[in-house]
Design a protein around this ligand. Structure first.
Ligand SMILES: NC(=O)c1ccc[n+]([C@@H]2O[C@H](COP(=O)([O-])OP(=O)(O)OC[C@H]3O[C@@H](n4cnc5c(N)ncnc54)[C@H](OP(=O)(O)O)[C@@H]3O)[C@@H](O)[C@H]2O)c1
Length: 204
């Protein structure tokens, strides 16, 4: 697909990999829209990337996704690329007493259910575009699980599998779908904010 002249929506674009996606895509001559939950971080990003467009939205919340869809397609009817990047990783000790359902589910909601909802919401619009793409950010940990983060790895394996099926179902259409994976996961990670979100509890 062409690398410039697209209108791209990147979830979780106020830091880390999403910020870098936004920055590089802007340099290539694309219109870029980013989301994030924290308005202050979005404002800081807007100062660094003045031409980026920002929407405060939780990528794990179906109601927020529906509202985002309505606002984005109204303002950017040429939207043709969706990058489901927002995600986070936590340490979870499966032996720990008092693991709450909310604790165990939150990575599934943001890293797996959210992107699935995003695709469901934006798919019919993307199909109206001459050329479109969906990129779901997975991880090498989908293939080689890191046991201290069992739910994260399961969610990333899920999004990778889902994307393979999505790609097959889109065969013959004007939309391409793929998952972005860090192939060097055995060698380390990209330093980012996500480890700040590890629970501070020493038992985890
Ligand atoms: N870093 C790595 O080595 C690595 C390797 C493989 C895959 N990945 C994947 O790459 C993606 C980005 O990771 P990163 O390391 O760049 O993370 P990061 O630096 O922590 O940035 C995450 C971004 O997503 C946003 N975000 C988090 N939860 C969100 C939600 N529910 N709704 C909307 N925005 C949300 C954050 O902003 P707010 O907190 O303001 O919402 C932030 O802008 C993730 O899917 C991660 O799993 C990362």
């Amino acid at each position: 697909m062409k690398m410039s002249g697209n209108t791209v929506l990147v979830t979780g674009g106020s830091s880390g990999i999403g910020f870098e996606f936004a920055s590089q895509l802007l340099k290539l001559g694309n219109t870029v829209i980013i989301t994030g939950r924290d308005q202050a971080r979005l404002d800081t990003t807007k100062k660094k990337l003045p031409t980026v467009h920002t929407f405060q939205s939780d990528a794990g919340d179906p109601k927020a996704i529906a509202a985002l869809y309505a606002a984005v397609v109204k303002q950017f009817p040429k939207l043709n690329v969706l990058i489901n990047n927002a995600g986070f990783m936590r340490k979870i000790n499966l032996h720990a007493a008092g693991n709450e359902l909310e604790d165990l589910n939150s990575e599934i909601e943001t890293n797996l259910s959210g992107p699935i909802w995003m695709v469901q919401q934006f798919l019919s619009h993307l199909k109206t575009q001459e050329s479109a793409a969906i990129i779901n950010v997975s991880s090498g940990l989908a293939f080689v699980p890191l046991p201290i983060s069992p739910i994260y790895c399961a969610a990333k394996a899920g999004i990778h599998s889902y994307t393979l099926s999505l790609r097959a179902q889109l065969k013959g259409q004007s939309i391409r779908a793929g998952s972005a994976v860090d192939r060097n996961s055995a060698g380390g990670y990209i330093r980012s904010g996500r480890f700040d979100r590890f629970k501070g509890d020493a038992s985890r």
